[in-house]
Design a protein around this ligand. Sequence first.
Ligand code: HAM
Length: 424
Amino acid sequence: MKVSGVKGFHDILPPESARWEALEEKARSVLRSYNFAEIRLPVLERTELFARSLGEDTDIVAKEMYTFQDRDGTSLALRPEGTASIVRAYLEGGLAASAGVVKLFYLGPMFRRERPQKGRLRQFHQLGVELIGRDDPASDAEVVTLLEDLLRAAGARAFRLEINSVGDSACRPLYREALRKYAVGVRDRLCTDCQSRIERNPMRLLDCKKEPCRLALAEAPSIETYLCGDCRAHFERVLTLLEEARASVSVNPRLVRGLDYYTRTAFEALAPGLGAQNAVGGGGRYDGLVARFGGPPKPAIGFAVGLERLVMIAEAAEEQRSGPQAAVIALVEEAEGSALALARRLRCAGVVCEVEGAGGSLKSRMRRADRGGATFALIIGEDELREGRATVRDMRGKRDYSKALRLEANGEELRRRLEELAHG
Ligand code: HAM
């Protein structure tokens, strides 16, 4: 009986998986250069972790989480994002005790029961970055430049970065109230979702993509005029620093984020070609979150990039084959052990290697080796076995070098020999 996969949960098959690997490697090298260290987090958490951090009224908590009761009655959730888990791990792992700044990144699957469409899945992957322990504008600017550098390194070209300040607990309530009042006045022109947002979460009104709502809210008050002095000064300094650091960022005073924990700086990377979705990454400051979970008052900022979306917009990098690739072919059963041993030594020396067992015709095995991308076939038959050497066939020039490789040579010598042959 055929069993199909779950809707919105995708496999990543080769050769697609090789693109993911290449992209992750590039991202890791940028993250290393910014001195961020990897943290590996579980995919299951207590449901309350997300309810208390993302906000009960957010779409994610209200309708998109995969939650279930564990056998002991505890309510658990597949993580819909990584920031809440980071804060939990930061506190539980005792990282808060150090006076210093903590710079972490994570990479892995997240789960949201949204309606699947192009660029939107129920299991998707995020690369996230969190910097905990700094609230100076230079740290905001650095995190935004990291996002830009990551996207570029991954091969994304046509994206733009937008930034805004969403204020803090001093000024945002005033703005929310102004927005709520305005929305009440245009209530009849709003979609039903937006109508229910008016009281629950008025900031999210600005996020609605429906044309009638956008028109109705075109004249809505802007947060710019409501920022308190501290938030305004912080934001202005962030913008100055970003300009001096040559980041290409534009201010969008209507940018709000879908999660409740944000304070001050919020930003998004937007790109065409993602279907109805246009955010490849997003993040912002969350200065109150560590304290909300009982920790010391530690400010923090971070972002996450959606890897499915990044793969969609990243230009495929030139496939890089460093050095020769080999297929070891045993012509007779007695040669299979030597073929395995030879391949092991080549692999340890960094040569990508396939082993073809004794079954089937030589011709069909050579064809397979060719299709697999081998630059050399290393053939071991009875004669070769007796003399302790392998015949090397150059797959491009179709040239044979009879008994050119010593079967007992060490990996380095084998690799050097293949490189010599490759260069003629
Ligand atoms: P987010 O904006 O909810 O932020 O998600 C970040 C990115 O994840 C999005 O820009 C998008 O590329 C990707 N993404 C989200 N949902 C889906 C989906 N259903 N299918 C495919 N991709 C998706 C956060 O999650 C915050 N934790 C980011 C953050 C870190 N803020 C501070 N630190």
